[in-house]
Design a protein around this ligand. Structure first.
Ligand SMILES: Nc1ncnc2c1ncn2[C@@H]1O[C@H](COP(=O)(O)OP(=O)(O)OP(=O)(O)O)[C@@H](O)[C@H]1O
Length: 248
């Protein structure tokens, strides 16, 4: 279970995530939805431990950092790495093999199985630099498959990905839920959220609504999120917080 306790995260003391509290439903997929600049990616990076909050905390119950798979936006990934597709997928075994460890025969088979699942087995020996955006995203999902993580964090995973690939990868999100994994994804597509994500956190730096997708994505809530975004001040300072993280 992952719980956010009065979480505030800022860049140069300007808040990107402001006093966010709530609980992600375990074993379900939650979409993080909201306007541009709402703090969605910042929240995801804070959950995976790449950014330290100014105040408040992310609490994990029964999940260790090793149980987390994180997929950043494609724009943040260096695709010029001189590695083959199968090697990139196999790097997802680091949890069991160690960072520089050998991949055994069983792990090798799991990597091939994952490539078959995403339909890219014919590309196994190709360099990753030769893949299209959609093919590359399939490979990254195959890597998540071998990681066998209990918590999967995805940042705008279907950007620049065609409809067929998006559908195939969304089916994996459905499968992960059936396996009891928790998925948290930043998304911009309303229809994808409604079809595959039973829970939604609608945010505009602060929580606008959080719960069942059907009630969170109401016209009223979406209007409130847009209104909040329209009134943001780019240089708003973080409000004063005391040592417990409570707003003064
Ligand atoms: N590395 C950074 N340094 C300074 N400010 C940043 C940094 N990253 C994000 N910000 C600012 O924090 C705010 C939230 O950004 P974030 O990327 O988390 O929003 P988002 O909801 O993911 O946006 P989008 O939908 O446009 O991707 C924005 O005002 C952004 O300019």
């Amino acid at each position: 279970m992952i719980t956010l306790h009065n979480l505030t995260v800022s860049y140069q003391r300007h808040p990107a995530v402001h006093h966010v509290s709530g609980r992600f439903a375990p074993g379900l997929a939650t979409a993080i939805f909201g306007p541009n600049g709402a703090g969605k990616s910042t929240l995801l990076k804070t959950i995976m431990g790449a950014i330290r909050p100014d105040s408040g905390e992310v609490r994990f119950d029964g999940i260790s950092r090793k149980d987390i798979a994180y997929l950043p936006q494609q724009s943040e990934i260096d695709r010029s790495l001189p590695v083959s597709v199968i090697d990139l997928v196999s790097s997802g075994h680091w949890r069991s093999s160690g960072l520089f460890g050998q991949v055994g025969r069983k792990q090798d088979q799991l990597s091939w199985d994952a490539l078959v699942t995403v339909g890219l087995e014919d590309f196994a020996l190709h360099p990753v630099s030769a893949l299209s955006s959609g093919q590359f995203q399939r490979v990254l999902f195959a890597r998540i498959l071998v990681q066998d993580a209990r918590l999967i964090l995805l940042d705008e995973p279907f950007n620049a990905v065609d409809a067929r690939t998006t559908f195939d990868l969304l089916e994996l999100v459905r499968r992960w839920q059936e396996e009891g994994r928790t998925v948290i994804a930043v998304l911009h597509d309303y229809e994808q959220v409604r079809a595959y994500f039973p829970q939604t956190l609608l945010m505009a730096r602060e929580v606008v609504a959080w719960g069942a997708t059907s009630s969170v994505l109401s016209d009223d809530n979406l209007r409130r999120a847009a209104d909040t975004a329209a009134h943001w001040q780019a240089n708003a300072p973080v409000c004063a917080v005391d040592v417990t993280g409570a707003a003064k």
